[in-house]
Design a protein around this ligand. Structure first.
Ligand SMILES: [Zn+2]
Length: 439
């Protein structure tokens, strides 16, 4: 068996691996590179393999950095099945169409792919249930719940001829998660490819509900505007669920207006509600919740006086409707801007979070007079102790490959894996590295 690292090797995005077992070639994920312009350029580099020779693709989950370049793969000749859970397929549909729209808008010459490539990609999906024994040629494949977002999986491949097996962790949730099931542990494998996004961190133990309530109560009582740049998948649903509970318990006024100003987040929320049996709660609706479908309605929010909460994408403020709200409210002292997730380098969110006194939005200079805060406890990625605990449950691991993390995260993780586990070897692969697992 051979393994090639096609992305997320020393960085967080662009997840993709090529696994060759005898004559069978399969890809695991084919995600978008995101973040700095140098990373984004990797999206346009020539393929280092022939997409026509790949027999199948196994998708771990629907985040853009895992599924974002599937239509590009199909556009370049891949025509095999794409295996995914039902929820992943539904979420990936939204994510890929959204990405096609942005690509068409941003790319002056030729977009990376179009709607019709997304349609072709969706036609290749084959649905898999967790724990179903999928046989693909000489591989036995099993999906385990990764507890990260709805539908997210870790995938184990066993070579039927040799009996040797390799696990791809996908993204591992920060178990227990407020919405999705507890991350599943897997009993054994010879090799593990593990994410390391927060491999260098220990998440704070403070209660996110208490932390978030502070800002909501302040907006409500102080008649202030609370702006939340939110990620459409999972984080928005967690916020809605928390607000719903606070309204039911009378922590904030029942009539406090909450605007969900993101059509994508609205569509994703509907999918979460369609999969009620896979999540712990689906109380995402409450009095005072207003969904603004059209851009014009979004502007009307600015006429609303007094207390209000605006949840709008994108989560890192590098696009989306949050920008029009930032233009309107960022220079006002009465505004609170609350970050609830990771802010990548070279994004407006990162700039503001790091204390910029003025920023430029669509060429307009805006002074940052708003109160800037962040909640660090809403992560949907496992921290170092959780990653190591997940790995420890897997018996007989000969070698672990740490991916999907920057070196400052995976180096300390590697040290502690060597110290605390019985794993034979820890490897930090670089982009395009090829390893022979077994002859
Ligand atoms: Zn993810």
């Amino acid at each position: 068996m051979e393994l090639k690292f096609l992305g997320a090797s020393g960085t967080v995005t662009g997840s993709s691996y090529l696994l060759t077992a005898n004559k069978t070639k399969v890809l695991i994920d084919f995600g978008m590179f995101q973040g700095t312009s140098a990373e984004e350029e990797l999206n346009f580099r020539p393929f280092s393999f022939n997409p026509k020779e790949v027999d199948a693709l196994f998708l771990t989950h629907a985040h853009l950095d895992h599924c974002g370049r599937l239509p590009l793969l199909v556009k370049n000749g891949f025509s095999g099945p794409i295996f995914a859970t039902t929820a992943t397929r539904e979420l990936a549909e939204i994510v890929m169409f959204d990405s096609a729209k942005i690509a068409e808008y941003e790319n002056f010459y030729e977009p990376m792919y179009t709607d019709s490539d997304v349609v072709d990609t969706l036609a290749l999906f084959k649905l898999v249930s967790f724990h179903e024994q999928v046989v693909f040629r000489n591989l036995l494949v099993e999906y385990f719940n990764a507890g990260h977002i709805l539908g997210a999986a870790s995938i184990k491949f066993t070579n039927k001829t040799s009996g040797k097996s390799v696990i791809f962790s996908g993204d591992i949730g920060s178990y227990p998660d407020p919405l999705v099931p507890y991350t599943e542990f897997i009993d054994s494998a010879d090799w593990v490819v593990m994410e390391s996004t927060y491999g260098g961190k220990i998440h704070p133990t403070s209660d996110p509900v208490t932390e978030f309530a502070r800002f909501l109560v302040e907006a409500d009582r102080g008649k202030r505007t609370l702006l939340i740049p939110a990620f459409a998948i999972q984080k928005t649903q967690v916020l809605l669920e928390m607000i719903s509970a606070m309204k039911r318990q009378g922590v904030v006024s029942a009539d406090l207006p909450v605007y969900l100003d993101s059509p994508m987040a609205f569509d994703v929320t509907k999918i979460y509600m369609d999969h009620k049996d896979e999540i712990s709660t689906s109380n995402f609706s409450f009095p005072g919740l207003v969904f603004t479908a059209k851009g014009g309605q979004s502007k009307k929010i600015h006429k609303q006086k007094g207390a209000k909460v605006i949840i709008a994408g994108s989560g890192m403020m590098n696009g989306g409707r949050i920008l029009s709200h930032a233009k309107k409210y960022l220079n006002q002292k009465r505004t609170m801007l609350l970050f609830v997730g990771y802010q990548a380098e070279e994004t407006l969110g990162r700039e503001i979070k790091e204390g910029a006194e003025r920023v430029f939005i669509d060429g307009k200079e805006i002074f940052v007079n708003a109160q800037i805060d962040a909640i660090e406890t809403l992560s949907s990625h496992a921290d170092q102790p959780r990653l190591i605990n997940w790995l420890k449950q897997i018996k007989n691991v000969e070698e672990v490959f740490l991916t999907h993390g920057e070196d400052e995260a995976r180096i300390p993780l590697a040290l502690n894996i060597r110290r605390e586990t019985e794993v034979g070897e820890v490897n930090l692969p670089v982009l395009d590295e090829e390893v022979v697992l077994v002859e």
